[in-house]
Design a binder for this molecule. Structure first.
Ligand code: SAM
Length: 364
């Protein structure tokens, strides 16, 4: 979308919908206030989903977050039209009309688009019905190209209704890159696969996707805190030779895999055994974040310069921000923090993407 088109859309009041993990909403709001000190919360659509009245245009908010990406805000979408239905009104014709008059004219015909709807309780229709309706108008009346897998621009729709009340539609369009996630509300879904070992697999798949991680062909990967072996299985699917370190048992299905070496010991003991370097180091160990970060700095010498590392960081209950800062400071002794996000599949934790420092001694 052109800046002029965005500017025209945003001549109205600046409203945005932000989504975050319910337990981290306070931290997500701090990230918002850090860039827009005058923003206020308008409505809560659901736990972790808020309508924000902002003083920054969506384009300015997106630019600020492109420069310093938030950790806890999972998704943000602009609200450029609000449609409240009267009792008994035909939602289809009215939504199609508002989309055709107020939203679709601002889309760029050269860029594929998609419609992402979310519905907050008590309505009689489903998100895909809203998606289909608006997408059809976009394709048939505006000649747009629909691509639900890799859209470059998205129409975000949130439908909200109090029990028994007619629904209100909140609509907005934005370049997908401005939404912080390609998925509605940042809810990155994966199909459950046969042979899946743990739900933790989704965390690694989501991290690979969101950070755009590349796994070298037939690379070597070290999986710290590997049991029961979900991440190891994902790494094997990406054709990595995996050293899985954990005092616990790996799933028996990995036992016959010659591409997996199980070191039944702690990460601390394995480090002392003088291992060879790796292309990738991942760490999903259940331990204090700062201890885990210290261990990662010791492991940095085992990471090839072209390699990358990934770790989950359990969020403490108290002093989350100061402990996070401390953990980042420890990691920066040996790594560049290339990304840090609370992913959809992270519970009370965040995922950190690390690249080895080129010249670590200079920064310590
Ligand atoms: C959340 S589980 C890992 C799940 C795994 N990523 C998967 O996908 O199946 C955390 C693991 O960390 C391991 N762990 C905790 N402290 C460790 C340490 N010091 N060294 C190695 N593993 C450790 C635990 O034994 C446990 O299996």
């Amino acid at each position: 979308m052109s800046d002029a088109a965005l500017g025209a859309l945003e001549a109205q009041a600046y409203q945005h919908l932000i989504s975050a993990d319910e337990g981290s909403l306070d931290l997500a709001l701090k990230e918002l206030y850090a860039v827009d000190g005058k923003a206020t919360v308008g409505l809560e659509f659901a736990p972790g989903v808020l309508l924000i009245n902002g003083s920054l245009s969506f384009a300015d908010l997106a630019a600020a977050w492109a420069e310093k990406p938030p950790i806890f805000v999972r998704h943000v979408a602009p609200v450029q039209s609000v449609l409240t239905l009267d009792e008994g009104a035909d939602w289809r014709s009215l939504v199609a009309l508002v989309a055709a008059e107020e939203i679709l004219p601002h889309l760029d015909p050269s860029m594929p688009f998609s419609v992402q709807s979310r519905i907050f309780p008590h309505v009689a229709f489903k998100p895909f019905e809203v998606n289909q309706l608006i997408a059809q108008v976009g394709v048939e009346q505006f000649g747009l190209t629909l691509d639900v897998r890799q859209p470059e621009q998205v129409i975000s729709v949130a439908v909200r209704s109090e029990a028994g009340e007619p629904p209100t539609f909140y609509l907005g369009a934005s370049p997908t890159a401005h939404n912080l996630s390609d998925w509605a509300g940042g809810m990155r879904r994966f199909a459950r696969e046969e042979g899946q070992i743990s739900r933790a697999e989704f965390k690694l798949l989501e991290a690979i996707d969101i950070f755009g991680l590349e796994l070298p062909a037939r690379g070597t990967a070290l999986d710290l805190g590997a049991a029961p072996g979900g991440w190891t299985r994902v790494l094997r699917n990406f054709e990595q030779y995996v050293t899985a370190v954990d005092p616990g048992d790996l799933d028996p299905r990995l036992a016959s895999d010659r591409g997996v070496r199980h070191k039944r010991m702690t990460a601390e003991t394995y480090l002392d055994s003088g291992p060879d370097p790796f292309d990738i180091i991942v760490n999903d160990m259940r331990m204090d974040g700062r201890d885990s970060a210290r261990l990662m700095t010791s492991y940095a010498r085992l990471l090839y310069p072209h390699g990358w590392a990934l770790m989950t960081l359990k969020l403490p209950e108290l002093k989350r921000e100061s402990i996070l800062e401390h953990t980042f400071a420890i990691l920066r002794n040996r790594y560049t923090i290339a990304g840090a996000r609370q992913l959809f599949h992270n519970r009370s934790e965040i995922t950190i993407y690390l690249r080895p420092l080129k010249n670590p001694s200079a920064s310590t």
